[in-house]
Design a protein around this ligand. Structure first.
Ligand SMILES: [Zn+2]
Length: 142
């Protein structure tokens, strides 16, 4: 996946601000395909409220109305939702079983690990058409 450093920094700042709760948001952009390999290109990050009813240090839920509004705005820009991001405050930047279940095919899941309020690392994952999850390389653009 391709993202600008400033957008990745926005995600990290959101993760830090939300700590000890998990933050969440959507990734807006488009994709390119080369020799059957699809790559998501993130143009905007849209921070969302974590409305999970459980312990928000261990989970997140993007409210449906917010997702809808963001999807509509993306569409007006000729873009679409290409993924989502959230933070982990107790575990590393690796997808949990729930994360794996919730991932949609071809969508990027960007996970930021925060430990003791300090952002540790960001990793991206994608689910392929065979429902297998692989780590995506994070590449930077301006
Ligand atoms: Zn997670």
């Amino acid at each position: 996946m391709l993202i600008s450093l400033s957008n990745l920094n926005r995600v990290k700042a959101h993760a830090k601000a939300a700590y000890p709760e998990e933050c969440c948001g959507l990734l807006i952009g488009c994709y390119e395909e080369e020799r059957g390999i699809r790559r998501n290109i993130v143009r905007y990050v849209a921070p969302c409220a974590n409305r999970w009813f459980g312990d928000r240090t261990q989970g997140f839920e993007i409210p449906a109305y917010q997702r809808y509004d963001i999807e509509m705005t993306a569409k007006e820009l000729g873009l679409s939702v290409v993924g989502a991001y959230h933070s982990h405050t107790l575990h590393g930047a690796f997808p949990s079983a729930d994360d794996c279940d919730s991932m949609a095919i071809y969508q990027t899941m960007l996970i930021v690990a925060v430990k003791m309020g300090v952002v540790q690392e960001a990793r991206a994952y994608c689910k392929d058409v065979n429902r297998e999850i692989f780590e995506e390389r994070i590449e930077f653009c301006f």
